[in-house]
Write a protein that binds this ligand. Sequence first.
Ligand SMILES: Cc1cc2nc3c(=O)[nH]c(=O)nc-3n(C[C@H](O)[C@H](O)[C@H](O)COP(=O)(O)OP(=O)(O)OC[C@H]3O[C@@H](n4cnc5c(N)ncnc54)[C@H](O)[C@@H]3O)c2cc1C
Length: 297
Amino acid sequence: MVGPLIMQFGTEAQKRRFLPRILSGDEVWCQGYSEPNAGSDLASLRSSAVDDGRGSFVVNGQKTWTTYGQYADWIFCLVRTDASGKKQQGISFLLVDMKTPGVTVKPMLTIGGTPAFCETFFEDVVVPKENLVGPLHGGWTVAKALLGHERTMIGGVGASLRALRRLKRIARETTRAGAPLLDDPMVAAKIARLEVRLRSLEMANYRTLAAAALGHAPGPESSILKIRGSEIQQDCFELAMEIMGHDALSWHDTAGAVPALETWVPSTYCYNRATTIYGGSNEIQKNIIAKLILGLS
Ligand SMILES: Cc1cc2nc3c(=O)[nH]c(=O)nc-3n(C[C@H](O)[C@H](O)[C@H](O)COP(=O)(O)OP(=O)(O)OC[C@H]3O[C@@H](n4cnc5c(N)ncnc54)[C@H](O)[C@@H]3O)c2cc1C
């Protein structure tokens, strides 16, 4: 997600420094947007970056829900650089090396049993000014542009197509009275309904890709992809759980043994509760659609 942002808003030096290693995967990034009291109301964030007068910012504060922060080399952060005006106007977009003294990461366990996200603390973290992306106090525009890419990605058409293939395999391999559940008209109809919704989303996604190919960054329409895609991801796994019946009570084997059953289903089902929350909750996406697409105030 940060790659397109550096391409759009970064300096030539930032592009040279960061883009090759983003592309190769040699450097892993995490996202420092949310804070304990700034989630949906992101502009209320309080982590601060103060100019030290010697070419650097000094960052203090806390981020939360930092996905895979414990593995990341870099974090892109929204920080407050001015508290005097409208809250959206005093935010800047800063790239922070996770190895900088004063950065502490505390992983948290999800209901799916994985340490997928962290709390990230900043205590007098010195960040060179050349790590500022976009104008000083102008980070809100950068942040919104990044969210357009993130929400398009969360739409997750590829992941849902894969989940649907697995769902059909489970329905084929699970039998009732000697017959595969895939042959049960009720089950087949539920899968077909899901597939129709997913194919419609795929077509909508192609429109975004076609616009991207013409150089247009995703706008508020990414909220539509995010809502529909996140709901489909949840529905795929809900149906898989239903089809598996009591087999769905098995759990991911943390010892690493090859699972005999589809044990990835219950853990992904639990994790996917989050798809309608992360990247901005679906309720917030509906607010965006109402305001920016339908023109309602
Ligand atoms: C698995 C997971 C991974 C995440 N990864 C990251 C990450 O890597 N980096 C990062 O910065 N953040 C991350 N997040 C945080 C995520 O962006 C926030 O959880 C999300 O924006 C919601 O904020 P909140 O949790 O503070 O909920 P709140 O803002 O407290 O919202 C609580 C509820 O109130 C509703 N609500 C709030 N305001 C309104 C409104 N105006 N209108 C209608 N309904 C409203 C919300 O929809 C929600 O249902 C992650 C979250 C999850 C669950």
